[in-house]
Design a protein around this ligand. Structure first.
Ligand code: GDP
Length: 450
């Protein structure tokens, strides 16, 4: 089923000087377009070498081009891919020529949107394309690849099939209003709804891991002045040489450092407070830290191992839990206070930020923490995003209402609408989205040419 009506074109690679640049055109008429430019429509998916001459026969470049015949293309429509020299001026001339020959400029995400509309990808896979482009760590890449290969879609299909089955059993009774559901059927339906609610919860739990792989593990370093927080940060950043970006916080005065740590991406939040004395004097600093700390996935609590174990301000210690904190005993190159005298109920590791000793151990701990948040559904990794989470919450509420109606022995026809609501919400994840506005919003986050 091909729904696209017109031809779109765009540069698919970033604007800038590079070895090659790729320009794409897609839509009905692309085969005639290919013939008009290159004088032939070659065998699909086989690249050809040719001059590129514009409509005025002006030689623009020497290119490789590939024709993809519908439906075996990314979009599902006929598609032409042109690899030209990576000069933004040449790429611009080629795009301009494609526009002159009847294409219109593609909107952000429009190639992927067409792939979705043509049934080449479900919506969760279209989102995975985005995740794949933005993946900056081994785990992010793995999660994106699983989603692109349909892991989430399959999990949703299983849930939807179960729900359709329950709905069918209930609807069978709607035609017989005088008959109530027999108690054993009521119990069975109640049990099945319970299972669905649990499965929905299992999917919802993957949201934290999803946020961690997509945005990076939001990590806050806390600890007393001079414990070695800056030294540790520098050691982590310098050691891996994988600093991705340093961006000033947009709304508040803090810095975020994004760095690769093992297979993960860490988003280290470096507040003013982290460097200030949490002694009661620097209240503002602590407040800032606490503000940032609320959304943290992970705390690295740096402790000077040569000194007695400190007692942090309660506003911070209240946030530190064994499930979200790694205590980093630093300065272990110096003679320290024996660990036995520092009883901590937290996972801990001894390092030296100065010498780098056992920083690998710390990285293993961080990886272990992140991987422990991973939930497998079947044997596939599922890591939902905020949109999926929203839809699942909606489905769960509807299922809970339905379940309470079953328990309350309410008439079956009242149940049916809740189940339908849940079905709609589950359906939205893989993409039975009726609203153009939702699709506009979703694909607007893509880049032009994708
Ligand atoms: P912060 O105030 O917590 O950020 O601490 P800094 O990173 O500024 O470190 C405070 C002092 O401790 C500095 O003089 C560092 O050189 C020293 N320091 C940090 N880490 C270590 C370590 O692992 N071993 C030793 N011997 N000194 C360290």
């Amino acid at each position: 089923m091909v729904t696209s009506k017109d031809m779109i074109a765009a540069l698919a690679t970033p604007v800038g000087t590079s070895a090659i640049a790729v320009v794409r055109a897609s839509g009905p008429g692309t085969s005639a377009l290919t013939k008009a430019i290159f004088g032939e429509v070659p065998q699909p998916r086989v690249s050809r070498h040719s001059d590129y001459r514009d409509r005025d026969a002006r030689l623009l470049d020497d290119v490789l081009f590939t024709f993809f015949e519908a439906p075996n293309s990314y979009t599902g429509d006929d598609t032409l891919e042109i690899s030209c020299h990576g000069n933004p001026y040449i790429a611009r001339l080629i795009v301009a020529d494609l526009l002159a020959r009847g294409c219109r400029p593609a909107e952000a995400g429009e190639f992927t949107r067409r792939a979705f509309l043509n049934g080449r990808l479900d919506l969760s896979q279209a989102e995975a394309v985005m995740d794949l482009i933005h993946a900056r760590s081994e785990r992010a890449l793995a999660a994106a690849n699983e989603q692109l290969r349909g892991a989430l879609g399959r999990a949703m299909e299983r849930i939807i099939a179960q729900l359709v089955n329950i709905t069918a059993r209930i609807e069978a009774y709607i035609d017989f209003p005088e008959e109530d559901l027999p108690p054993e059927d009521r119990r069975a339906i109640q049990g099945d709804l319970e299972i669905l609610i649990q499965e929905t919860n299992r999917l919802l739990v993957t949201g934290q891991y999803g946020a961690m792989v997509r945005e990076g593990i939001r990590t806050v370093i806390v600890g007393e002045p001079n414990a070695g927080k800056s030294s540790l940060l520098n050691r982590l950043v310098g050691r891996d040489r994988a600093l991705v970006s340093t961006e000033p916080g947009t709304t508040r005065d803090y810095l975020e450092e994004t760095l690769s740590v093992g297979p993960h991406l860490l988003r280290l939040v470096d507040t003013a407070g982290l460097h200030e004395a949490p002694s009661g004097l620097e209240r503002r600093g602590i407040e800032k830290t606490v503000e940032q700390a609320r959304d943290a996935h992970l705390f690295l609590w740096v402790v000077d191992a040569t000194r007695p174990f400190p007692i942090p301000p309660t506003s911070i210690s209240a946030l530190l839990k064994p499930t979200n904190t790694v205590v980093v005993f630093n300065k272990c190159d110096l003679p320290g206070v024996p660990l036995s005298e520092s009883p901590v109920a937290f996972p801990h590791v001894r390092v030296s930020a100065l010498t780098g000793q056992n920083v690998d151990g710390l990285i293993d701990r961080i990886s272990g923490f992140a991987d422990s948040c991973k939930t497998e559904i079947g044997d596939e990794i599922v890591a939902i995003n905020a949109r999926h989470s929203f839809a699942l919450e909606r489905a769960k509420s509807a299922l809970l209402v339905a379940s309470s109606k079953v328990v309350g022995r309410e008439p079956v026809e009242l149940l049916a609408s809740d189940l339908r609501e849940a079905l709609d919400a589950f359906g939205e994840i893989a993409g039975k989205v009726d609203s153009e506005a939702v699709l506009d919003q979703l694909f607007a986050t893509f880049c032009i040419g994708k």
